[in-house]
Design a protein around this ligand. Structure first.
Ligand SMILES: *[C@@H]1O[C@H](CO)[C@@H](O)[C@H](O)[C@H]1NC(C)=O
Ligand SMILES: *[C@@H]1O[C@H](CO)[C@@H](O)[C@H](O)[C@H]1NC(C)=O
Ligand SMILES: *[C@@H]1O[C@H](CO)[C@@H](O)[C@H](O)[C@H]1NC(C)=O
Ligand SMILES: *[C@@H]1O[C@H](CO)[C@@H](O)[C@H](O)[C@H]1NC(C)=O
Ligand SMILES: *[C@@H]1O[C@H](CO)[C@@H](O)[C@H](O)[C@H]1NC(C)=O
Length: 846
């Protein structure tokens, strides 16, 4: 109670005073004085107080009201932007934190004064706003073909004016491509050429405000497929590689993704680079630059649709293309067949593959495949993925591998099946029908038979029993006996026999049997003996010191072949005990050499085989002829190396000398049809070849080759040769490099050239001598000629003539062996003489 009393007194006083003051102009005063123009964001402080102050005790309820007419309360909460604070009855304060645009308006301060009208005072707060870029990103990417807007939204109070610059130059926005709107700049038909640095500039004339914003513009293009590089349907081949294109342009460069679409695949909808096979390897790759998708080691499961997606900030495009994977043909199991000869075999092959493969049967080793109707024995039936080949009346030739070839666009596959044609054994390739051996032969005789058959035959041997009646039985041979061995090697069987008694010879039978039947082959084993007597001995060719014999027989088909002939010979007067033995293997020349001319000999002959010697022939006697000119040289056929276009290397075998050493060989040769223009080459023994040079190409030449010994010139060996074609330039180069036997040229040099040089020297010497003689004693040829001319003494003349004749004959003799053209008659006589000395011998027969 004691506290309430002063309050009551005080209010009573106030009422009295206010009534007084109002009369004196009591009012509310706001400071600072308005109106206020503040930038948004600023803080505002206002104070409202009663004036004069003495009346303050009378007023009550002083407060603020905001522009909307709401009472502004005292701050009770943290964060209230606008609040009042009343510290005594006569004044109140208003705090506005961070002034906002909507805070603008009239703020009214009220107070009640008893007995008066309500006191009030108003202050107007204006909020102005600075220029602000509400939405004007510093980097913008308008898309070509679209609105072409460069956003620049500006706020400000008062509203700012906006204009634009590009790369520092003011844009003319009065019509044309540019249009300025409140939210930015619009460019019609915007494209990459509109790239640049733009400036959005805002000004407020009322308060001089100016702000600008730089905007970097880079126009974007939507992704688009490049011409001809759009995804397209493709066909790939199993195990190979395939590529699908997805060429795209766009700005910025679009990112490319390929997606697999195959509803029944677990990879359906996957990014292809995420697809993996069982080995966790990826077959798909995508080139980030070209967009091409590559699939390696293609599998059938890669078949399906693929979607290429190209995306950049400006847009997204996609296209689906399908991939077909051609599947390599594969075979189901192919089986082999075995059929009997005369039967029929059916082969069938089925192959899988996509697209369905075409099928063909071919026999291994043949080029042509089987076609229906080509061979009446063979039928070919074809169904989808299945081919059937039937061969009727099978022959042994039908045995072999049959290849089924399946092919489609992915490739070719082959599978072979074997047709085995069973047939009964056959001995058609067994050459042996007879065999021969003899008792106690150290080496067993080998009876071999070869039984062809399918399947392999079993082979046994039987022997016809001796000393039995007609139809003697055959008995199976076993290896029980120690002198018989049976060797079986594949289809061939060998019976090895070492006969111990005469019963071991006879008729043997080789029997081969298989499920198809059996075959028999007889081999007769004959007992071989020493040969019978020789049937023919002839003196075929006799020279002064050699004899060549013709020997024949005995001819014994069931006996062993002859190994050799033997001759024992001795001079008349000696006995056979002192005879010399000579052995000739069969087929060699049966020639005896080193016999003495004009001596008589006795000869005795034997034939020999593996068993032994025949009985001896009768004795032959022969007196050797006197020494004479040699026999003709032997012919050696030309080789490719010996014939050239312009030269020929003539070769021969040594002539038999007929008792006197051969001195030289002479070749007389001429062109076909020009025998009178022959040429002659002489080479000293023991040469066995010479080179005929300076020949015409492609020409046939005849020649006669003779040997000469001191008894004269022997008969000629006549023959011909033809020179090669004139070489082409290429061939010439080759023939220059051909190896040449240096002795060929050596010979050419050694005979004619050396002799020529010798003659030349001799002539020179004679001439010198003659000159000397003439100078010294007025003698010699020159002197003679002088005498003849000048008419000098006859004595001198005769002496000199004699000397000259000798000189000339020497020259003539020396000239002979040179290559010269000699008259035909001279030479013919020489040959006649030589031939006369070799009259043919009479041929004795045994
Ligand atoms: C068929 O014969 C061939 C060759 O003789 C052989 O390689 C193949 O294994 C055989 N096939 C069958 C199924 O027996
Ligand atoms: C027997 O002759 C055959 C055929 O000529 C041959 O293959 C085989 O090796 C010979 N056997 C013996 C033991 O000489
Ligand atoms: C049949 O003979 C051949 C040739 O000697 C041989 O290679 C093959 O193994 C034989 N076959 C059988 C089934 O004995
Ligand atoms: C020799 O030439 C002939 C024909 O030019 C040729 O057929 C033959 O094979 C050749 N012989 C040799 C051994 O070069
Ligand atoms: C070789 O020819 C000559 C003459 O042309 C002739 O007399 C001679 O009988 C012939 N010789 C032979 C072996 O033909």
């Amino acid at each position: 109670m004691s506290r309430m009393l002063p309050n009551l007194i005080s209010s009573m006083w106030t009422i009295a005073l206010v009534a007084q003051a109002t009369d004196d102009g009591v009012k509310l005063a706001i400071s600072p004085q308005g109106p206020l123009n503040k930038a948004s964001g600023e803080n505002v402080y206002l104070r409202c107080a009663l004036v004069p102050e003495l009346a303050k005790t009378a007023v009550t309820d002083i407060r603020w009201q905001d522009p909307r007419g709401d009472l502004i309360s005292g701050s009770t909460r943290e964060g209230d932007r606008i609040y009042s604070q009343t510290s005594d009855t006569a004044s109140t304060q208003l705090f506005i934190m961070k002034l906002q645009k909507e805070d603008a308006g009239d703020y009214v301060c009220y107070a009640n004064f008893p007995g008066h009208e309500q006191l009030r005072s108003t202050i107007t707060i204006d909020v102005y706003q600075d220029i602000e870029f509400v939405d004007a990103p510093a980097v913008q990417n308008p898309v070509s073909g679209e609105l072409g807007k460069i956003t620049c939204e500006v706020s400000g109070n008062p509203a700012p004016q906006v204009d634009w610059l590009r790369d520092g130059t003011e844009l003319d926005t009065s019509g044309g491509r540019y249009k300025v709107d409140t939210d930015g700049l619009y460019i019609t038909g915007i494209n990459v050429e509109d790239d640049g640095e733009y400036t959005c500039r805002a000004v407020v004339a009322a308060n001089g405000g100016l702000k600008s914003q730089k905007i970097k513009v880079e126009v974007h293009n939507k992704p688009e497929f490049t011409v001809d590089e759009e995804p397209q349907n493709v066909r790939g081949i199993e195990q190979k590689t395939v590529a699908m294109k997805c060429g795209v342009t766009g700005r910025p460069v679009p990112e490319i993704t390929w997606v697999f679409l195959q509803s029944n695949s677990e990879d359906n909808g996957k990014d292809v680079t995420k697809i993996e096979d069982e080995q966790r390897t990826s077959h798909h790759t995508v080139d980030p630059v070209t967009g091409t998708m590559t699939i390696n080691d293609l599998q059938k499961r890669h078949q399906g649709d693929y979607k290429c997606i190209a995306k950049n900030p400006a847009g997204i495009i996609e296209k689906i293309a399908s991939l077909f994977v051609a599947e390599i043909p594969r075979f189901d199991i192919v089986s082999n067949t075995t059929e009997s000869e005369g039967g029929s075999a059916t082969l069938q092959c089925t192959a899988r593959g996509d697209p369905a493969p075409t099928l063909q049967y071919t026999k291994e080793g043949q080029l042509q495949s089987f076609v229906a109707g080509a061979d009446p024995r063979i039928t070919v039936r074809e169904k989808e993925r299945e081919l059937t080949l039937t061969i009727n009346q099978l022959t042994r030739e039908d045995d072999g591998l049959y290849v089924c070839v399946a092919s489609n666009e992915a490739g070719t596959a082959e599978k072979s099946s074997h047709v085995t044609v069973k047939f009964k054994p056959s001995f058609q390739n067994t050459p042996m029908h007879v065999a021969k051996t003899w008792l106690d032969n150290k080496i067993a005789v080998n009876l071999t038979c070869i039984a062809e058959s399918i399947p392999n035959a079993t082979i046994r041997w039987e022997k016809k029993q001796r000393n039995e009646m007609h139809g003697a039985p055959f008995l199976l041979i076993t290896e029980n006996s120690p002198n018989i061995v049976i060797e079986q090697r594949g289809p061939s069987s060998s019976l090895l026999i070492s006969p111990k008694t005469i019963d071991d010879f006879g008729v043997f039978e080789c029997i081969a049997a298989n499920e198809m039947g059996e075959a028999r082959h007889i081999i007769t084993l004959y007992e071989a003996t020493a040969p019978g007597p020789i049937t023919l001995v002839e003196f075929a060719e006799i020279t002064a010191n050699s004899i060549r014999f013709n020997i024949d027989g005995p001819n014994e088909p069931n006996n062993l072949d002859l190994d050799s002939y033997e001759v024992y010979y001795h001079e008349a007067g000696d006995s056979m005990d002192t005879a010399i033995k000579r052995l000739w293997p069969i087929g060699t020349p049966y020639t005896l050499e080193n016999l003495k001319p004009r001596h008589s000999y006795f000869f005795r002959f034997y034939a020999k085989n593996a068993v032994g010697l025949s009985i001896n022939s009768r004795d032959f006697e022969r007196t050797m002829p006197d020494v004479g000119p040699p026999r003709p040289p032997g012919y050696i056929p030309p080789t490719n190396e010996s014939i050239d276009a312009n030269r020929y290397r003539l070769q021969w075998t040594e002539a038999e000398d007929n008792g006197a050493r051969i001195l030289d060989y002479q070749v007389k040769y001429w062109k076909d049809g020009e025998k009178d223009k022959f040429r002659v080459v002489t080479v000293p023994a023991p040469a066995s070849h010479t080179i005929l040079s300076g020949l015409s190409p492609s020409t046939r030449y005849y020649y006669e080759l003779t040997a000469r010994n001191e008894r004269g010139i022997g008969p000629a060996m006549n023959n011909t040769f033809t020179t090669a074609h004139a070489p082409s330039p290429g061939f010439r180069a080759q023939s220059v490099h051909r190896m040449v036997d240096p002795s060929d040229y050596g010979l050419l040099m050694s005979t004619p050239v050396i002799i020529g040089i010798a003659i030349g020297s001799l002539l020179l010497l004679l001439l010198l001598l003659d000159v000397c003689c003439y100078c010294g004693w007025k003698r010699g040829v020159i002197a003679f000629i002088c005498l003849r001319i000048c008419g000098q003494s006859k004595n001198l003349k005769e002496e000199d003539a004699e000397k000259r004749t000798i000189d000339e004959t020497d020259l003539h003799y020396e000239k002979q062996p040179l290559t010269t053209t000699v008259t035909e008659t001279t030479l013919k006589t020489t040959y006649r003489e030589a031939a006369a000395e070799l009259e043919p011998e009479d041929k004795p027969s045994p």
